[in-house]
Design a protein. Structure first.
Length: 326
């Protein structure tokens, strides 16, 4: 009876939920380009792209996840979701995902049964049904609004949450070279920003904050993680990027926990810091930080980059903010 009890106990441990939970996360990596074709997702002569091979290597070397790769969003179906834990997108353009499938994806994520990781141009993506562009923008947190920081531009990363596991791989003040997007439709109250650009550094500086990585809740239990990094092929060989992506995959799959409550106050301070850095001001402490930060964020669509170099409205808007600080 003693031996029987030990055998039953061992069997119970093997089939317990805690052990079952330790199986690798099941990932589907979608790298479809309906728009611009990025080098890391380019297939040549039928061979997998460099990012697909890298994802497979990470899966094999870490045992943290398994990965299936595809460049056709039509492979994502409600039935397919039942066999997955995480979707990872490195995509561009209006993906061939219909309304019914998108609703199924949203429900799958919101329930906590699935999670979503977006890499770089996942923010330059939409969905091929009426209103799909807005639906996707609101889901991921913001969409491509130009990239003044093109490939190879020196940048410095500000880590707003150095202890957050999805940001800790990039220490505050990390100097790097990447293509960095700025975003339209970005709503600070819906996301927790982890990293931004340091506007006191580099040849291209703007007096507003530019987020680089964030997390976002979806529904009651859903999780989204996005990082702007990944444009440059060499980034895929960087262990900091690898560790961040793997941490993101595990987190959205509910294998780890980390804060995701939106942090608009932190983002407001980041906006004030960017404005002060570009204009050579001391740290800003306006009476209404939220209103001043909103005015700073409103500078982005007025940038001369977006108006054929015209600066009149841009200059007036900057001056109004400066005057309000007197």
């Amino acid at each position: 009876m003693r031996w029987l009890s030990l055998i039953l106990l061992a069997f119970a441990v093997l089939v317990s939920p805690a052990c079952a939970q330790e199986r690798p996360v099941r990932v589907l990596y979608l790298s479809q380009s309906v728009g611009w074709l990025h080098e890391p997702v380019k297939r040549v002569d039928g061979a997998l792209s460099s990012s697909e091979v890298t994802m497979q290597t990470w899966a094999r070397d870490t045992d943290a996840f398994t990965v299936e790769v595809t460049q056709d969003a039509r492979d994502i179906t409600p039935a397919k979701l039942a066999d997955l834990d995480v979707l990872v997108f490195y995509t561009t353009g209006a993906l061939p995902i219909d309304q019914a499938t998108w609703t199924a994806i949203q429900d799958w994520i919101a329930s906590g049964r699935g999670g979503f990781v977006g890499l770089h141009s996942a923010a330059d993506t939409a969905l091929a049904f009426p209103g799909g562009d807005v639906a996707y923008r609101d889901f991921i947190g913001g969409v491509f609004d130009g990239h003044p920081w093109t490939q190879g531009t020196p940048i410095r990363l500000t880590n707003l949450e150095p202890t957050h596991p999805l940001a800790a791989t990039w220490p505050d003040g990390t100097e790097y070279a990447e293509e960095i997007y700025q975003y339209a439709g970005f709503r600070p109250e819906t996301v927790r920003v982890l990293q931004t650009l340091d506007m006191s550094f580099g040849p291209i500086r703007r007096p507003y904050t530019v987020p680089v990585a964030w997390v976002k809740p979806i529904g009651a239990n859903g999780r989204v993680f996005f990082t702007n990094l990944g444009h440059t092929p060499s980034t895929w060989n960087d262990p900091r990027f690898r560790d961040q992506v793997i941490a993101g995959i595990r987190w959205v799959a509910h294998r780890t926990d980390a804060p995701m409550t939106p942090n608009p106050d932190v983002q407001n301070q980041a906006a004030l810091t960017a404005f002060a850095a570009v204009h050579g001001l001391s740290p800003l402490t306006p009476a209404d930080a939220a209103a001043t930060a909103a005015a700073i964020r409103a500078l982005q669509p007025l940038s001369p980059d977006k108006h054929d170099g015209q600066t009149a409205e841009w200059d007036r808007a900057n001056q109004r903010i400066l005057d309000s600080l007197d």
